[in-house]
Design a protein around this ligand. Structure first.
Ligand SMILES: [Zn+2]
Length: 426
C-alpha cells in the first residue's frame, strides 16, 4: 500500500486521482511524521506519541476498533492517555470500547475521553431515535434486505466522554500542546485540533475527500456556512500536516490551503446563492432547480459528489435559515398523498396508465418525472403487483443515474420495497 502522504501529494499536485482510491479502508497504519501515525479505516484513527502516553483522535467503528488497536500496538507499546472524539458519529466513537479493553488488558489507567459537549447530547438523541436510525442507515447504505435490516437495532451502550468542553479547550500532554476548537459543520458536535509543535491539524470529518456531507436528506441539520468558516480558520493557522478522519492525510502548507479553500469555496457558493434567492422571495422548488456547484469543481478529487451532493446542501441551507414550508401554499396543509394520487390516476385513465407513462419517461431519461408518476400509481393501487414491478424498475433505473450514495441508497431501497411487496425481495 503506497504512502498516503505521497499519494495525496501526487493527486493534489496533478489535480487528478487517475481512479486511485482516496478513501482506503485497509486497517493499515502509516507513520506520517516522527511520533504521528494514522490507521486508515472507516473512519481513521490518528495517534500522537506525546512522550507521556498516546493522544488518539477517534476510535473507528465497533467493527474496526479492535483492528485499529492492534495496528497501533505494532507502532507503540505505551498507554493511551487521551482519546478525543472529533464528533459522535458511530464510525468515530464506536471503537472506543476496544481501546478501553486494551487498557484493561495491559493494566493501564483508563484513557480520558474528551469531546465537545454536544457529543453526549447526540448519544442521548440516538437513544430516542434508535428505530429511525436503523431504518435510515439501511436505506442510506442501500441494503437489498430492507425488512431484515429494519429489525436490527442501531448502536446503544456508547462510551461517554468524561471531559467535555463547549467552544475551546487546551490540553497539555507530555511534550504536546493541543488546542481543541468546536465547529459546526457535518454535525453540531465537531472538534478540530491544532497541535502547534507539529503544525498539524486533526480535522475530523471537516475534510473527507468527497463532496461535504452537509446535505444528508435523512439526518439532522447540517451547517455548510459554518463548515466553510472552520476550514478558513484552519487555513489561517498555516498547517503543514492535515490529518482528516476519512480520505488521505496531506502534507505541505500550499496543498492543504488549496484543498481546504476549494471545499470552503464550494460550500460558500451554495450558501450565498440560496440566501440571495431566499431574500428575493423565491420558492424552494425554484432554488433547488437553479443553484449548482460548477461541474469543474465537482470533478476535483476532493469534491466528487459520490456520498452527499450539492442539491441536498441547498435544501439543508433552506431548512437552516428558513423553515420546512417550501413556498408552495398547496404543500402547507396538503391532502393525503394517497388521495391526490387517486385523483390524478382517475383523471389519467387509472393507475396502470400512470405507471406506463412513468416507464416511458424513465426510458427517455426523464427520471425525476417518472418517479413522481410511478409513486402516484403505487399510492393509488398499492396492491397491484404489476405496478409494484414498474415502481421497482423506475427506481432502479433512477439509481443507476445518480452519483451520490445517499440518492442511490434511497432509490434502491424504494425498489427493494416494491420487489419485496411482490415476493421478489432479497
Ligand atoms: Zn465519519
Amino acid at each position: 500500500m503506497s504512502d498516503p502522504l505521497a499519494l495525496s501529494a501526487r493527486i493534489i499536485d496533478s489535480g487528478s486521482d487517475s481512479g486511485e482510491r482516496t478513501n482506503r479502508i485497509n486497517g493499515e497504519l502509516s507513520e506520517l511524521a516522527p511520533g504521528i501515525a494514522m490507521v486508515e479505516a472507516f473512519g481513521h484513527v490518528v495517534a500522537f506519541d506525546t512522550g507521556a502516553g498516546l493522544l488518539v483522535f477517534d476510535t473507528s467503528s465497533v467493527r474496526s476498533g479492535g483492528q485499529a488497536v492492534t495496528a497501533l500496538r505494532t507502532w507503540r507499546d505505551v498507554p493511551v492517555d487521551t482519546i478525543v472524539f472529533t464528533h459522535g458519529h458511530l464510525d468515530h466513537v464506536g471503537g472506543a470500547a476496544a481501546f478501553l479493553d486494551d487498557a484493561v488488558k495491559r493494566g493501564d489507567p483508563k484513557p480520558r475521553i474528551v469531546a465537545q459537549a454536544n457529543v453526549a447530547r447526540r448519544m442521548a438523541r440516538y437513544d430516542l431515535t434508535n428505530g429511525y436510525n436503523a431504518i435510515i442507515n439501511a436505506r442510506q447504505f442501500g441494503t437489498t434486505r430492507l425488512t431484515e435490516f429494519r429489525q436490527e437495532r442501531f448502536m446503544t451502550g456508547f462510551v461517554r466522554p468524561d471531559f467535555e468542553f463547549e467552544e475551546h479547550a487546551g490540553l497539555r500532554i507530555g511534550g504536546l500542546t493541543v488546542r481543541l476548537r468546536h465547529a459546526l459543520g457535518e454535525t453540531d458536535d465537531h472538534t478540530w485540533a491544532w497541535v502547534p509543535e507539529h503544525r498539524a491539524i486533526c480535522s475530523g470529518d471537516l475534510l473527507t475527500w468527497v463532496f461535504p456531507n452537509a446535505g444528508n436528506p435523512q439526518k439532522v441539520q447540517r451547517y455548510p456556512g459554518e463548515w466553510a468558516a472552520a476550514l478558513r480558520e484552519m487555513i489561517a493557522l498555516e498547517p503543514e500536516l492535515l490529518l482528516p478522519a476519512h480520505g488521505l492525510p496531506i502534507s505541505g502548507r500550499a496543498r492543504i490551503r488549496l484543498v481546504l479553500d476549494e471545499v470552503a469555496t464550494a460550500l460558500e457558493g451554495l450558501v450565498d446563492e440560496v440566501l440571495r434567492r431566499m431574500n428575493a422571495g423565491e420558492r424552494l422548488d425554484a432554488i433547488v432547480a437553479a443553484v449548482k456547484v460548477p461541474e469543474s469543481m465537482l470533478q476535483r478529487p476532493w469534491l466528487r459528489p459520490v456520498y452527499d451532493e450539492p442539491e441536498f446542501v441547498v435544501r439543508n441551507t433552506w431548512r437552516l435559515y428558513g423553515g420546512w414550508y417550501d413556498g408552495n401554499p398547496a404543500n402547507l396543509k396538503p391532502a393525503p398523498e394517497r388521495e391526490l394520487a387517486g385523483e390524478v390516476a382517475a383523471m389519467s385513465g387509472g393507475p396502470a396508465r400512470l405507471a406506463a407513462r412513468a416507464e416511458a419517461l424513465s426510458a427517455e431519461g426523464q427520471h425525476r418525472l417518472a418517479c413522481h408518476l410511478v409513486e402516484m400509481a403505487a399510492l393509488a393501487a398499492p396492491g397491484d403487483g404489476a405496478i409494484q414491478r414498474s415502481r421497482a424498475a423506475v427506481y432502479e433505473a433512477r439509481a443507476g443515474t445518480e452519483s451520490s450514495l445517499m440518492a442511490r441508497g434511497i432509490f434502491l431501497s424504494a425498489a427493494t420495497e416494491s420487489r419485496e411487496a411482490v415476493g421478489e425481495g432479497g
